[in-house]
Design a protein around this ligand. Structure first.
Ligand code: COA
Length: 338
């Protein structure tokens, strides 16, 4: 966003969905060779939510989160102009999950699409949705981050199965003259595509008995190497967005980081000069829910947020994709929606 639009896209409500079933570290101790102590100290995670296999998938969670956001804002599905769903676990490769959410909601005036940027999906979708508000193409945009990570997690691989959970988060975007998304910076670097990927199921490796036997339909991550990139890139891009907007640590009320590993979040906050009470952290309860982590943080902290609070949102994920945004909060959260 290089020009200065006359209005910003502000978040005016937040919704969420968390499956009831919990997968705890002690459950995982029964499944793979690991320990509660290792998982907590290396990642910060204690438990995650799992949707299960009863026919429900990402679109279901996305719809629940979106409906909650609309209800809190006090508007109906017909008011929605655009639905952007960030996910790497769509119900099907096509139609887009956004189409399924549109139908589930009964959002008869909306169009929509899915956005694939792995763990950076929500901030990419927020920037994308904001463009339609700023240009006047849309009055009301639903931005949803939803992932059923349990559907692509290999529960025999201790290096990845401890990390991920299922959830959805959704926000309503509307125009505001002062609050909203002022700036965002995004990057991609496809050179390291093989460090965090799902190799099977696409046009390169369509499903065969061999791809299934080789576990190619599961998420693959070289954790140690990804960690090194994530920890520097996330801090770098936060500094970049703070510098470009003339923000010092004392100007920032909250950091809203993607929840992949508490050590990455702590390092980013330290580089930004923020104290732990300025950092939204809920990885202990949900693990890494990919596109859902940032709206889930906003949901959990909503009651503490006030109009005018300055937030830095940031994420890093497969691709590699990463970025950060500067957002001024638009409403007093205790009132539960703008
Ligand atoms: N339980 C017990 N031991 C485990 C384990 C587990 N669940 N998983 C790995 N280990 C072992 C490894 O085998 C290794 O043993 P070795 O030293 O004998 O080879 C040792 O623990 C250290 O492994 P390492 O991979 O170096 O651990 P780590 O400190 O890097 O933590 C991750 C692993 C995955 C938690 C961490 O690398 C990470 O968070 N990576 C980045 C995630 C991320 O940001 N992704 C991008 C967005 S999704």
């Amino acid at each position: 966003m290089s020009s200065s639009p006359s209005c910003q896209a502000a978040i005016t409500a937040v919704g969420h969905y968390l499956p009831e079933r919990r997968l705890t570290n002690s459950d995982l101790e029964e499944m793979v060779e690991t320990s509660d102590e290792w998982i907590r100290t290396r990642t910060g995670i204690r438990e995650r939510c799992i949707l299960g296999d009863d026919g429900k998938a990402t679109a279901f969670m996305a719809t629940e989160a979106a409906q909650e956001a609309l209800d809190k804002r006090g508007i109906g599905p017909d008011d929605v102009d655009l639905i952007v769903v960030a996910t790497v676990t769509p119900d099907m490769l096509f139609p887009a999950t956004a189409c399924l959410v549109q139908d589930n909601l009964g959002a008869s005036n909306a169009w929509g699409f899915d956005l694939s940027a792995a763990c950076s999906g929500f901030i990419y979708a927020l920037t994308t949705g904001a463009q339609f508000i700023e240009t006047g193409q849309a009055d009301t945009v639903l931005v949803v981050g939803a992932d059923k990570m349990s559907s692509i997690t290999d529960y025999t691989d201790r290096t990845t199965c401890i990390l991920f959970g299922d959830a959805a988060g959704a926000v309503v975007l509307e125009a505001d003259e002062e609050a909203g998304l002022h700036d965002s910076i995004h990057h991609v670097d496809g050179e390291h595509d093989d460090l965090l990927c799902m190799r099977g199921g696409g046009s390169l490796n369509p499903p065969t008995h061999e791809t299934v036997d080789a576990h190619m339909h599961y998420l693959h991550q070289e954790g140690r190497q990804v960690f090194k990139f994530a920890v520097t890139r996330m801090a770098d891009v936060c500094e970049e967005v703070m510098n470009r907007n003339g923000l010092d640590a004392e100007d920032v009320d909250y950091l809203v980081p993607h929840q992949a590993n508490q050590r990455i979040i702590d390092a980013t906050a330290k580089r930004m000069g923020l104290s732990s009470d300025q950092v939204m952290l809920n990885i202990d309860r949900y693990g890494n829910t990919t596109a859902a982590t940032i709206p889930l943080c906003l949901f959990d902290w909503e009651e503490d947020l006030e109009r005018g609070d300055e937030l830095i949102l940031t994420a890093f994920g497969g691709g590699f994709t990463w970025g950060a945004g500067h957002l001024t909060w638009a409403y007093d959260g205790a009132e539960n929606g703008a």
